[in-house]
Design a protein around this ligand. Sequence first.
Ligand SMILES: NC(=O)c1ccc[n+]([C@@H]2O[C@H](COP(=O)([O-])OP(=O)(O)OC[C@H]3O[C@@H](n4cnc5c(N)ncnc54)[C@H](O)[C@@H]3O)[C@@H](O)[C@H]2O)c1
Length: 376
Amino acid sequence: MKPLNIGMVGYGFMGRTHSNAYCQTSHFFPCEYKPVLKAVCARNKDKVEQFASTWGYESIETDWREMLKRDDIDVIDICTPNNIHKEIAIAAAKAGKMILCEKPLAMNTAEGEEMCEAVEQAGVRNMVWYNYRRVPAVTLAKQLIDEGRLGKIFHYRANFLQDWTINADVPQGGAGTWRLDAEAAGSGVTGDLLAHCIDTAIWLNGGIQDVSAMTETFVKERVHAETGKKQAVKIDDACSFFCHFNNGSLGLFESTRYARGHKALYTLEINGENASIRWDLHDLHRLQYFDYRDEGIVRGWRNIHVSDGDQPYMGNWWVPGLQIGYEHTFTHQVADFLKSIETGEEPRPNFRDALETQKVCDAVLSSAAKRSWMGV
Ligand SMILES: NC(=O)c1ccc[n+]([C@@H]2O[C@H](COP(=O)([O-])OP(=O)(O)OC[C@H]3O[C@@H](n4cnc5c(N)ncnc54)[C@H](O)[C@@H]3O)[C@@H](O)[C@H]2O)c1
């Protein structure tokens, strides 16, 4: 195997999921390339040293610019808050590095456009971590749709529900709560959670034409973790929108961090003329499937346990009947990225694909602000 040297920026939640994936991938999806944990970067030297030693990174940096100068780094993996994706990605492209960037691609469409131009001009391989495409049950849904089993699609419905910001004492800004600060996050649930739903929707059901949205910020002021001062909250706490897809189907999306009792409930449902599909992140290894063409007396929702060797990704794991979980979606994404280098194919979703999601997010936020339908 040839080494593919990873330089990761940020060691938080995603830093851990990605590091875990780099460690696992070659054991389960061997290919010509093997990820090597070459360097990890964050600003706090002690903490980044500790992370490097826990995960086995060979070296550390405290300024990502230094990492870009190194010849022994092939891939820059951006696991930082959203407000510095653009700066790192454009500099990494100029340095000729392959780039893996966390979602959402950018703070807004304008930034995303610049990032796309930079990677395309530099001709560097790029991909965005919309990992839910690689849940085997969701990948199976894509397969069933592409085989035409659902027929004409009428409805696409998705929710992403959480409840962790209901308490008005949760601060905004700083480590851990940067998602509540518009300066660091760009938007609230729209860019953080709906972006996942939109990426999956575009992948499964094609492009979105126009949107009509409403947003709400339930807690209007929060203390900023860095300044200690109360400031206006400028992110959307909740967002719902309707849309038309290019294929004529209707979409309905909802996301909130105020759905008491829900920690990370991502659900989607697609209704076609012949069949319907339903999926739920809390039961992620199952795909619900209803086919009207089944014989009447046994017709009903099938509960498919996606764990067999001929189902997506599962042949590389355990034995049929034994399931996998959330972390494996990242392993699949790394595996597909490595394979793309071997085959010369474009890894997906790339920056351009993620820009489509960014455009929908921007249209949603502007529709809510203007209280009118917006074209994407
Ligand atoms: N794919 C997914 O399902 C998923 C899930 C969660 C987060 N994300 C995305 O991943 C990104 C990171 O989110 P997270 O939850 O890991 O956040 P986090 O707060 O857990 O980690 C962020 C990391 O970035 C580092 N950082 C911040 N500024 C930096 C700088 N200037 N230089 C170097 N390091 C810096 C912090 O030290 C921290 O290690 C975000 O873009 C987020 O939207 C994606």
